[in-house]
Write a protein that binds this ligand. Structure first.
Ligand code: AMP
Length: 551
């Protein structure tokens, strides 16, 4: 008699690796004429379909081979959102090398450090960065070729050895290239965190992690993309893979509109109208610019009804105005470079239909709940897990298949007991909705308690005379730190200190009320377009609080 088999048996399904090249192959076959439209740096719009994009990406992949780029080696980009950058996304990763998107808004010293740390072999750059490339070239010794993203007629006149022209490379190749198959765990892309303290840290994504992340981001309770969408990522392709949109759009066969370097309100609104954009995403400062433009024209967009706001806390007043006055529903999302970036996304559940308007607004102001694939918890100072009751506040830890396991090029441990410590602080409610109260570095510590700057900023932004607001801690002899409110008034408005402090009355615990208010014309931004608390803290380090106890 045969004995019963013990233990698990393998499934008998096909083993097709989850490779990024398969996304472009899919779009080429089934969405051949769906357009990618780009605002170019040379002037005007460029448009073609996924089939033409795929053909050019294959020619580029051959050119990369001819330039000697080996699998696993890094090739960098310093580029805005445009069709050539899209081709590089697929040609570099699809061929087995690693796409390293560099943020051009960092300081040249930081950029050089990043390129050297990544040991980039090739660097592709947009014409607007030609002067920067001249500064970088002598310092970046691993780069064998600098490739200008243009045709021969627009070749920049700069003294850089090994300078090549993108269109010349493509013209020399045929598109008879087969995307190679390899292990889905191979690295596909590399992105550095902005490194506001210390050197930036590299996050090395894999084909598998990006593909799973792409699937998750298309889910109905996340971006909810379809082949009927026209998506314009304002978030740059050098900032966490433009929140995965260059992968998600071909996955579903959506039209893609790439805005180039013109990220101001008027240029974006023109593209929304001319191209029929249905979805867009950006950080709050981008949405402020869009709102300003909409106010000037006084018109509702023709097709734009949905979008995502994230990267820093979304001021509820901004979100409510865009919905009420212009019919644009923004979802609040939270993520980070280390999470590819999708961590949470805010969509209501069925039971929330019963909530009154105020409760629905309060829910929508939270950062959202995790999609399948992300697990999260909050812990106290000793690492003990805190309850998901929407009240307890602690450090946020996450894990999942698209969360970093180990930073690039360092042996220092990245994880704590298998979880990634995000450095963000907040609460999680029983339904899984996350509410970030602060970045751990930005928390204001007053008399042994924490004051969350985000809530104070959101309330200030809801004041009718306030355009933007930031709250930082100022050193205080008795309380360690006290909050200082920094405000950019709306054009033509002159709110007073007393008026703004009075605005908080009855809305928060009295001791949370800022001690003072300063008015500025603008707030400093980081390289990813977020308000820079670090610079504000430097700027107002010597600020004297009215009670004379600063410092
Ligand atoms: P980055 O890696 O540059 O995308 O920055 C990630 C950080 O941005 C997070 O750790 C948060 O501190 C912050 N962040 C992103 N999204 C949000 C959000 N919706 N609300 C508050 N902070 C956010």
């Amino acid at each position: 008699m045969q004995s019963r088999k013990q233990g698990p048996i393998l499934g008998q399904m096909m083993e097709r690796p989850l490779l990024l090249s398969s996304l472009l192959r899919h779009a080429e076959r089934y969405h051949a004429d769906t357009e990618i439209v780009s605002r170019t740096l040379e002037g005007g719009l460029h448009r073609y379909g996924y089939a033409a994009a795929a053909s050019r990406a294959r020619r580029l992949a051959k050119a990369l081979e001819r330039l000697g780029l080996q699998r696993g080696e890094r090739a960098a980009t310093l580029a805005w959102n445009g069709y050539r950058h899209f081709e590089l996304y697929y040609a570099i990763s699809g061929g087995g090398a690693v796409l390293h998107t560099v943020n051009p808004r960092l300081f040249p010293e930081q950029i050089a450090w990043i390129i050297n740390d990544a040991e980039d072999q090739l660097l592709f750059f947009d014409l607007s960065f030609a002067k920067l490339i001249e500064q970088l070239a002598p310092r970046c010794t691993t780069v064998r070729h600098w490739v200008a993203l243009c045709d021969a007629a627009h070749r920049p006149d700069i003294a850089v050895p090994g300078l090549l022209c993108y269109e010349d490379l493509l013209a020399a190749e045929h598109d008879d290239y087969e995307w190679p198959e390899f292990d889905e765990r191979c690295a596909s892309a590399l992105c550095y965190t902005s490194g506001t303290t210390g050197n930036p840290k590299g996050v090395l994504y894999s084909h598998r992690s990006m593909l799973l992340h792409g699937y998750a981001s298309c889910l109905p309770d996340v971006f909810g993309f379809s082949a009927r969408d026209c998506i314009l990522p304002v978030v740059p392709m050098f900032h966490v893979n433009a929140w995965t949109i260059p992968y998600a759009a071909p996955m579903v066969g959506a039209k893609l509109v790439l805005p180039g370097a013109a990220l101001d309100g008027p240029s974006l609104c023109a593209l929304f109208e001319d191209e029929g954009v249905t979805f867009t995403g950006g950080v709050p400062t981008v949405w402020q610019g869009v709102l300003q433009q909409l106010r000037q024209t006084g018109r509702r967009p023709r097709t734009l009804r949905r979008g995502v706001i994230g990267g820093s806390a979304a001021p509820p007043a901004l979100v409510e105005t865009l919905a009420r006055d212009y019919g644009i529903e923004l979802d609040h999302a939270w993520g980070m470079t280390e999470i590819s970036p999708l961590g949470t996304y805010n969509k209501p559940k069925a039971k929330h239909a019963a909530l009154d308007a105020a409760a629905r607004r309060a829910l929508a102001a939270k950062q959202g709940r995790p999609p399948y694939g992300v697990e999260m918890k909050i812990v106290d100072g000793e690492g003990r897990t805190l309850p998901n009751d929407g009240v307890a506040v602690g450090e946020l830890l996450v894990r999942g298949p698209w969360v970093v396991g180990q930073y690039f090029n360092t042996d220092a441990p990245t994880l704590r007991d298998g979880w990634f410590p995000t450095g963000d602080v907040g609460s999680i409610d029983a339904d899984g909705y996350l509410c970030i109260t602060d970045r751990a570095k930005d928390v204001i510590k007053s008399g042994g308690e924490w004051i969350g700057s985000i809530e104070l900023e959101n309330l200030a932004c809801a004041h009718p005379a306030v355009a933007q607001a930031a709250v930082i801690g100022v050193a205080h002899r008795k309380w360690d730190e006290r909050p200082l409110l920094i405000v950019v008034p709306k054009a033509g408005e002159r709110p007073t200190r007393e008026e703004l402090l009075g605005w908080y009355q009855g809305k928060i615990a009295k001791w949370w009320t800022p001690d003072d208010v300063v008015f500025v014309e603008q707030l400093p931004l980081t390289a990813t377009g977020k308000i820079s608390k670090l610079q504000l803290r430097e700027q107002f380090r010597e600020h004297r609080l009215p009670d004379g106890e600063s410092g």
